[in-house]
Design a protein. Structure first.
Length: 181
């Protein structure tokens, strides 16, 4: 495992300036890498797109939809029976179906609710410049200062696998361990 100090930049020119400053400070090219971070939800972890197989907070939506459909169907049946006196018996299945459909939508949405407070901090989009400080003779804080002075939005420290001049096991879904706070 290698110790990695990385800075997230909101523009490519700022990231390029950071690379130049790191080179001027004596950091060798094999110890630095640069790559784009996509916006949250757009990392393409799954074949059909996205980062997760299910959206956070949607774990119980199917249960809520089923409960809502039963309740809405029952209410629709009662409304349909009352309407049948005025319009005819065809109102019963129409009202029951409309009630079940509406109930499933409302029930599903009610189950998502606000959910527990989000503690997960999503990594913003941008350009990440990472430095393998384990292979370099440079101090972690000196590298962090260079990144911050070049305009890094945030600077983080991580332990990772550095292979062939790149941070090989970087995971954009892992919240950064910020050191610039």
């Amino acid at each position: 495992m290698s110790t990695v100090i990385a800075g997230l930049f909101d523009t490519g020119p700022r990231a390029a300036a950071a690379l130049g400053q790191l080179r001027m400070a004596g950091v060798d090219d094999p110890d630095v890498c640069e790559f784009a971070i996509n916006p949250p939800g757009q990392h393409g972890s799954y074949a059909i797109g996205g980062d997760r197989d299910e959206s956070p907070g949607a774990e119980h939506i199917d249960e809520g939809g089923a409960k809502g459909a039963m309740m809405g169907g029952a209410v629709g049946l009662v409304v349909g029976a009352a309407a049948a006196l005025a319009v005819g018996p065809f109102a019963i299945p129409l009202a029951a179906g409309a009630g079940a459909y509406s109930g499933s939508l409302v029930g599903g949405l009610n189950e998502t609710g606000d959910g527990p407070p989000r503690t997960e901090r999503l990594r913003p989009a941008g350009t990440l410049v990472a430095v393998n400080v384990s292979a370099s003779d440079k101090d972690e804080l000196a590298i962090a200062r260079i990144l911050k002075s070049a305009g890094a939005v945030e600077v983080e420290r991580a332990e990772g696998q550095w292979t062939n001049g790149a941070w090989a096991d970087f995971d954009p879904l892992q919240p950064p361990n910020r050191i610039d706070q």
